[in-house]
Design a protein around this ligand. Structure first.
Ligand SMILES: *[C@@H]1O[C@H](CO)[C@@H](O)[C@H](O)[C@H]1NC(C)=O
Ligand SMILES: *[C@@H]1O[C@H](CO)[C@@H](O)[C@H](O)[C@H]1NC(C)=O
Ligand SMILES: *[C@@H]1O[C@H](CO)[C@@H](O)[C@H](O)[C@H]1NC(C)=O
Ligand SMILES: *[C@@H]1O[C@H](CO)[C@@H](O)[C@H](O)[C@H]1NC(C)=O
Ligand SMILES: *[C@@H]1O[C@H](CO)[C@@H](O)[C@H](O)[C@H]1NC(C)=O
Length: 526
C-alpha cells in the first residue's frame, strides 16, 4: 500500500467514525478515555463469540441472549424415557448426545430394558437458543430469560416448574413455527415441542441398564430430595455426561445447532433494555441477571423477538457479513498474544529483560497499524492517536462506510457491530498506550523517541503494564483464559462446577467455588 493510499484511507476512517450505537465518547481518539462503565460491548462480544460453547456458559450461568437458529436435516437427537409410548403433540426433552439422554432412560419394571428413542430431523428445525446454563434449574438467574419468553416476566419461585414451562413456551412459539428451544446444563438439550413434527423415529430401543433409573425431566420435584440431585459427579452416568458436555467446551461449540446471529436479541442491549443498566451497576458479572427488568423492556424484547422470528430464520435480508467469523478472527488474533504478554510480565527476575521482551510483543500486535506518518513527539501520547484509531477501526471501517451494507443491517447486526467496535477499541487503547510508554522509555527497536525519558525505570513500567493488561483482560473476560493450571493429565478432564452437582445433597464444601466456578481436574476414567 503506498503512503498516499494509507493517508487517504486514514482520512476515510476519520470521516466515518461517528456511527456508534453505544455510549462512546466520539470522535476523539484519546488514549486516556476508558470505556463507559455501563457499556456492554465486551459482554455482548464474549457471550456471542462463545455461543453454544459449554465453557463460558458454565462459568456464567445467567443467560442474556436469545438467538434463533436451525437444526439441519438428518441430525440425530436422543431421548430417554420410562415407556415406549411416544405421543404426538406432547413436548418433551431431547439431548444432542446420548450420554445425556441415557440418564433418563429408565424402566418401571425390573425385567424390562430402559427406553431410549433416537430421532432424526426431516427438515431444518426452527429453534431458539437460550444462552447461559439455561437448563440449570436454579432460582438465582439461569431460568430468567425463559421466564420472560414463556411468562412475560421473571418468576423465581417457578424455577423448577419444568412441565408448565415447556408447555407454555411451546404454546408461545407455535405462531412463529418454533419447533424447539435449545438449552444447556451438563450438556446441550432441546425442548422439542412435538415428537412427530419435523423428526422421524430412527430407533425406539429397549436398552440394558443397571438398576432402576432416575425420574425424567418434567416431573415437578424441587430439591432437596430430588433424586436427580442424588447423582454424585463421580458416578459413571454423571461423569459420562460431563465428559460429553466437555466436547463442546470451546469454539465452535455444539455445531448441531446453527445460529442466526443476525436475529440475535440481547438483554445486554442497553438501548432495547435500559432498565437493566442501573440493576447491573456495581455488580460483578456473576451476579448479572434479568430480575428487575421493567415490564416495558420485557415487552420490547418480546416484540423484537417476535419480529425476527416472523421475518424467517435464517433471515433473508441480512447483509451477508459473517459475524461469527469476525468475532473469531479478533479472539484468535489477541487471545494468545495478550496471554503471552501477561506471562512475560509475570517475571520479576530482571525488569529490563522483561520490559524488552514484552515490548517486542506489543510491537508485533500493532504491526499492521504502525503508521509511518505517526512519529513520537516526546510530549504526551496524542501523537499515537492515528495508530489507535487505525487499530481500533480496521476490522469494521469498511462496513461503516459502505451504505449497501449499512442499509441492510438488522438491529441485531448493529448491536454486533457495536460490540466488535467497543472491544477492538479497548484492546487497541490499552495496547497502544502500553507501546507508547515503551517507546518513550526507548524500548522499541525501530520507533525511537526524540528523547528517552525514564530510561532506567523499567520496574515501574513493568508494574504499570501489568496492571493495564490485567485491567484489559478482566474487562474482556474471555473464558479461553480460564484453564486448569497445571493442565490436567490424560486421565482427567478440566471441569467447572455445574448444576446439579454442588446443589442439594451433593453440596460441595466450598460454596464460593460453585457460585463463582473455578476449574479443576476431575477423573475422566476410573
Ligand atoms: C451508569 O449507570 C448508573 C446507574 O444507572 C448511573 O448512575 C451512572 O451515572 C452511569 N454512569 C455513566 C458514566 O454513564
Ligand atoms: C427486507 O428489507 C426490505 C427493505 O429494507 C424491507 O422492506 C422488508 O420488509 C425486509 N424483509 C424482511 C423479511 O425483513
Ligand atoms: C505468575 O507467576 C506465579 C509464580 O510463578 C504464578 O503462581 C501465577 O499464577 C502467575 N500469574 C499469572 C497471571 O500468570
Ligand atoms: C538484566 O538483563 C540485562 C540484559 O540481559 C543485563 O544487561 C543486566 O545486567 C541484567 N540485570 C540484572 C540486575 O541482572
Ligand atoms: C524470567 O526471565 C529470565 C530472564 O530475565 C529468565 O532467565 C527466566 O527463565 C525467567 N523466569 C521464568 C519463570 O520465566
Amino acid at each position: 500500500m503506498s503512503r498516499r493510499v494509507v493517508v487517504a484511507f486514514a482520512i476515510a476512517l476519520v470521516v466515518n467514525a461517528a456511527q456508534t450505537p453505544f455510549f462512546q465518547v466520539e470522535p476523539a481518539w484519546d488514549l486516556d478515555v476508558p470505556p463507559n462503565v455501563n457499556a456492554t460491548g465486551n459482554l455482548i462480544f464474549d457471550t456471542v463469540s462463545s455461543a453454544l460453547t459449554h465453557w463460558t456458559h458454565t462459568r456464567y450461568r445467567n443467560g442474556h441472549n436469545l438467538i434463533p437458529g436451525t437444526v439441519p436435516v438428518g441430525t440425530l437427537l436422543y431421548h430417554g424415557r420410562g415407556d415406549p409410548d411416544v405421543r404426538s403433540g406432547v413436548p418433551d426433552w431431547v439431548a444432542t448426545d446420548p450420554e445425556h439422554s441415557f440418564m433418563f432412560c429408565r424402566t418401571l419394571k425390573p425385567e424390562e430394558g430402559c427406553w431410549h428413542l433416537t430421532l432424526a430431523t426431516t427438515r431444518p428445525l426452527k429453534i431458539l437458543y437460550f444462552d447461559g446454563s439455561s437448563a440449570a434449574k436454579m432460582r438465582d438467574g439461569p431460568m430468567d430469560s425463559q421466564d420472560i419468553v414463556a411468562w412475560g416476566k421473571v418468576i423465581p419461585e417457578r424455577y423448577f416448574d419444568e412441565r408448565q414451562r415447556i408447555i407454555d413456551i411451546c404454546h408461545w412459539g407455535k405462531q412463529f413455527g418454533v419447533d424447539g428451544y435449545v438449552r444447556m446444563e451438563m450438556d446441550f438439550e432441546i425442548m422439542l415441542c412435538d415428537f412427530t413434527e419435523g423428526v422421524d423415529v430412527v430407533a425406539l430401543a429397549s436398552l440394558t441398564r443397571e438398576g432402576n433409573g432416575i425420574p425424567g425431566p418434567g416431573r415437578r420435584r424441587p430439591p432437596p430430595g430430588d433424586p436427580y440431585l442424588n447423582l454424585a459427579p463421580n458416578s459413571d452416568l454423571a461423569s459420562e455426561v460431563i465428559y460429553s458436555g466437555s466436547w463442546h467446551n470451546h469454539y465452535p461449540g455444539d455445531r448441531r445447532i446453527q445460529l442466526d446471529l443476525t436475529a440475535l436479541v440481547s438483554f445486554y442491549d442497553t438501548q432495547l433494555v435500559p432498565s437493566l443498566v442501573p440493576v447491573r451497576f456495581g455488580q460483578e458479572r456473576w451476579d448479572h441477571r434479568l430480575l428487575g427488568i421493567s415490564a416495558d423492556d420485557a415487552d420490547s424484547v418480546l416484540a423484537r423477538l417476535e419480529s425476527v422470528l416472523s421475518a424467517g430464520i435464517p433471515s433473508r435480508n441480512a447483509t451477508g457479513v459473517d459475524w461469527d467469523t469476525l468475532f473469531k478472527v479478533i479472539v484468535d488474533r489477541y487471545a494468545d498474544r495478550l496471554e503471552i504478554a501477561q506471562y512475560l510480565l509475570n517475571n520479576t527476575t530482571n525488569a529490563t529483560d522483561t520490559a524488552q521482551r514484552v515490548m517486542k510483543q506489543l510491537h508485533i500486535m500493532l504491526t499492521p497499524y504502525l503508521l509511518h506518518s505517526a512519529s513520537p513527539s516526546g510530549k504526551g501520547n496524542s501523537w499515537a492517536a492515528p495508530i489507535y484509531e487505525f487499530c481500533a477501526t480496521s476490522h469494521t471501517s469498511y462496513i461503516h462506510r459502505t451504505s449497501a451494507i449499512l442499509s441492510r443491517m438488522t438491529a441485531s447486526e448493529h448491536l454486533l457491530l457495536g460490540a466488535v467496535d467497543q472491544v477492538n477499541r479497548e484492546i487497541c487503547r490499552i495496547v497502544v498506550s502500553m507501546w507508547v510508554q515503551g517507546v518513550d522509555a526507548g524500548l522499541d527497536e525501530i520507533v525511537r523517541p526524540p528523547i528517552v525519558i525514564d530510561s532506567d525505570n523499567e520496574e515501574v513500567l513493568v508494574q504499570h503494564w501489568n496492571s493495564a493488561l490485567a485491567g484489559l483482560m478482566s474487562w474482556l473476560d474471555w473464558s479461553i483464559w480460564v484453564r486448569c493450571r497445571p493442565a490436567c493429565n490424560f486421565e482427567e478432564i478440566c471441569y467447572l462446577p455445574t448444576w446439579p452437582f454442588g446443589r442439594g445433597v451433593h453440596e460441595i464444601p466450598d460454596k464460593e467455588d460453585f457460585l463463582r466456578p473455578k476449574p479443576r481436574c476431575i477423573p475422566r476414567i476410573e
